[in-house]
Design a protein. Structure first.
Length: 342
């Protein structure tokens, strides 16, 4: 059996000190981005893994971080969260630890599972995700001084306990509106999530703000919400397309709803990009392969994962951090002749 790669070998290959390699693993914020990338590249090339046994002896830790895998009642798969979990796993393993996956009921009922894991000393902390309005986990963990970091907000309007990272959905839909206004659109519809969904409401706020800022119409009759985003076959889009004064462009709260709009457009003999401009959110794998390609907002998955792990180990304060998504422009929002769709 080949001998395990040592920290010294990584340092020699990367041309840095042992301490620099240690910082790349345990305190990446101390390194210049170029140095961090170089060391991480060598770590990956050599397959180096920190000695978790020695670390556990020094810190009396389990070397495991708990992560609750949310169960979707409709049995659907959340492609974005699957990609995030993969990125988070890789980021945690860079620090010589592993994720311990578990399931728990939503709300107060699920806290017993967290309590059991802590009582067994099974984990050293938690990464939270799939947050809900008034999510009780944050305050519960903070009261017990358990290390944790959250991907997502709890939407109460009050300061959120513990460090958190989230994607600025409002800035994303605002980018989409700015792009569509630049194409000449002034009547831009919004295809939202179920009423009261905080993520959907946040993205709708971005649409409203940007429309007002850029002279596009702001009208409740330009808003349609999907009753079930995962089974939407274009009903939300159809409600706007069949109105007396239909929009010339549509901003969808996610790619699933946007793809439903493709069906609604096709049923009416219309084509995304040519007749009605359309944007999504999440930049799912389907967005790049559907024809015409779907303009969508790409969430910075790797950056989210890296930031969450850093905050878990080095919590600065309870102020959250919003990360800006990137608008990936494809044919669904750009007319071939460069003019306004419709």
């Amino acid at each position: 059996m080949a001998r395990a790669t040592t920290l010294e070998q990584v340092a020699e290959r990367a041309g840095v000190s042992r301490q620099t390699v240690s910082n790349a693993i345990n305190a990446p914020e101390k390194l210049h981005p170029d140095t961090l990338r170089r060391v991480r590249r060598v770590i990956d090339e050599l397959g180096y893994r920190p000695d978790s046994g020695a670390r556990a002896l020094r810190t009396r830790s389990s070397g495991l971080i708990g992560y609750c895998v949310a169960e979707r009642q409709d049995g659907s798969i959340n492609v974005f969260m699957d990609r995030y979990l993969r990125a988070l796993t890789a980021e945690v393993e860079r620090t010589g630890r592993h994720l311990l996956l578990f399931t728990a009921p939503d709300g107060e009922d699920g806290l017993a599972v967290y309590e059991d894991l802590l009582a067994r000393s099974a984990v050293d902390g938690f990464v939270l995700s799939n947050t809900t309005v008034g999510d009780p986990r944050h305050a519960w963990l903070r009261a017990r001084e358990v290390p944790f970091a959250s991907f997502g907000r709890i939407w109460t309007g009050e300061p959120q306990p513990g460090p958190w990272v989230d994607v600025d959905g409002a800035s994303g839909t605002a980018q989409a509106v700015e792009h569509l206004v630049a194409q000449g659109h002034t009547r831009i519809g919004f295809l939202g999530l179920q009423a009261g969904n905080p993520v959907g409401d946040d993205r709708e706020r971005g649409w409203r703000r940007a429309c007002a800022d850029h002279g596009a119409q702001v009208d409740d009759r330009l808003v349609a919400r999907s009753a079930d985003e995962h089974r939407d076959q274009g009903e939300a889009a159809a409600a706007l397309l069949d109105s007396d004064d239909p929009p010339t462009a549509l901003v969808a709260a996610n790619d699933a709803i946007a793809l439903g709009a493709y069906a609604a457009l096709e049923a009416r003999g219309l084509r995304p990009g040519t007749d009605v401009a359309l944007t999504g959110f999440d930049d799912s794998p389907t967005a790049a392969v559907v024809r015409p390609g779907l303009t969508s907002l790409r969430q910075p998955i790797e950056q989210i994962a890296a930031r969450v792990v850093r905050l878990l180990d080095h919590p600065e304060d309870d102020r959250g951090e919003l990360l800006r998504p990137e608008l990936v422009v494809r044919a669904s929002s750009v007319n071939d002749d460069g003019g306004r769709n419709g």
